[in-house]
Design a protein around this ligand. Structure first.
Ligand code: UDP
Length: 409
């Protein structure tokens, strides 16, 4: 983890936002905070923690980050839980449930002590019930879109969640009506504008990187950056691209996706996506194995004529804010946290189908002044709402409130 200094955020987020963080952090000086999640790399949660934890430290807290240790079979189960919570009618077998619990029990034994614990997503939800960090205030942070949670899997999760002092969801619509817990917070995630992925990159450098990976920076370019996952609908993106191509024959499509450690389906779905692309000129799927790192993601997002995030379910979709921050209009699936970020017709478009996605892409490809206006609006929307300083302040407020109240976990 790279150390970070709040001073570096003044120019980007504004002095007021940074002062607000410092003020809110003061009563928490020295508090031992432990974030726990399932993976150090890949996906939005790791992305956030790489910034949030060092910033908490800079704000005066004794913040740490631990990653659950598990066998590959554990991730098969947690991926099933993730998919069921996002609406797939999957059931957990008794063996699945046992593996889920036993893996977390093993991790409890090595958990450091803390005053405040934030357990992220289902992979860590049982740690508290199994005896982790007694005496700490515990928060469960759910990053998943629960709007259509499969009832039996939610029922399995619910008692574990309810042991916590608080739960954080990205949107009110994700809070399950039967959840009984002391405190529910609605806190959307945010991006870090100082990272290699989000800080400025000269236009010539983005163009060079994109060219190096087989794209022509002078031709129109659609970009989707996502894990290869059915919820991100990469096959639908290719279909939309093909519709766009009938009117704009030189359009290109870059699909970038890292293969996350806790996402066993990734490699298989990448194969399906590549097969669907069928070697067509103009489309390429690239991953970390092709050398796609933060700088490359940044370059593609910047070089994009339009960023696409055609998800069918989405906890938040950091990539949407990442695109908007780079002054690129974003077309996103109208689901989960995406409508928080895309103001339809102002900084991008919300879409419900392949056809609509293609139509909106055509509108944007044909209208450079519209793209410029939307790009500026997107940058400002993210600056006000989705920078990490705001996310950090929200956590600090919650910690203060939790320390003031009784411990219920
Ligand atoms: N990401 C990346 N390389 C890739 C694909 C994704 O660095 O090839 C990053 C992306 O830039 C974003 C995060 O992984 O910061 C994905 O977060 P998001 O919330 O969009 O989706 P999640 O994967 O958590 O569902």
């Amino acid at each position: 983890m790279t150390a970070r200094s709040l001073d570096d955020y003044v120019a980007l987020a504004g002095a007021e936002a940074v002062d607000d963080v410092r003020r809110t952090a003061r009563p928490l000086e020295g508090a031992r905070v432990l974030h726990i999640n399932a993976t150090a790399y890949g996906g939005g949660v790791a992305e956030i923690l790489h910034s949030l934890v060092p910033l908490m430290r800079d704000a005066g807290l004794d913040a740490r980050w631990a990653v659950v240790e598990a066998e590959p079979a554990f991730y098969d189960v947690t991926k099933k839980i993730h998919n069921a919570l996002q609406g797939m009618p999957l059931e957990l077998s008794r063996a699945d449930q046992e593996l889920f619990v036993e893996t977390q029990r093993r991790n409890v034994a090595t958990m450091p002590d803390a005053d405040l614990v934030v357990a992220h997503d289902p992979q860590t939800v049982a740690l508290l019930a199994l005896g982790g960090a007694r005496g700490a205030r515990w928060t469960w942070r759910c990053h998943i879109d629960l709007t259509a949670a499969h009832p039996s899997v939610w029922e399995f999760m619910r008692p574990f969640v309810e042991r916590h002092d608080a739960a954080i969801f990205t949107m009110p619509g994700f809070v399950q009506p039967d959840l009984r817990i002391g405190r529910v917070e609605i806190i959307p995630p945010a991006i870090d504008p100082t990272t290699p992925k989000n800080r400025e990159l000269p236009r010539e450098q983005s163009a060079e990187i994109v060219r190096h990976h087989g794209f022509d920076p002078d031709r129109p370019l659609l970009v989707q950056v996502s894990r290869f996952d059915p919820w991100k609908d990469p096959l639908g993106v290719i279909d939309a691209y093909r519709l766009v191509k009938t009117e704009v024959p030189d359009v290109q499509l870059a699909m970038l996706g890292s293969l996350a450690h806790d996402d066993p389906e990734g490699a298989e779905f990448l194969e399906r996506t590549v097969a669907h692309a069928g070697g067509e000129e103009g489309i390429r799927c690239l991953t970390n194995l092709d050398g796609i790192g933060d700088r490359e993601v940044s370059a593609f997002q910047r070089a994009a004529t339009v960023v696409v995030q055609k998800s069918l379910r989405e906890g938040f979709g950091l990539v949407v804010s990442e695109g908007l921050w780079k002054r690129v209009p974003v077309i996103g699936g109208n689901c989960g946290g995406i409508p928080l970020q895309i103001v339809d017709g102002v900084n991008g478009y919300l879409v419900e189908s392949v056809g609509e996605c293609a139509q909106r892409a055509l509108t944007l490809l044909k209208d450079p002044p519209l793209r410029d206006r939307m790009g500026e609006a997107g940058r400002e929307h993210v600056r006000r709402n989705f920078l990490i300083t705001r996310n950090l302040r929200d956590y600090l407020r919650l910690f203060t409130a939790l320390r003031a109240g009784p411990r219920v976990g």
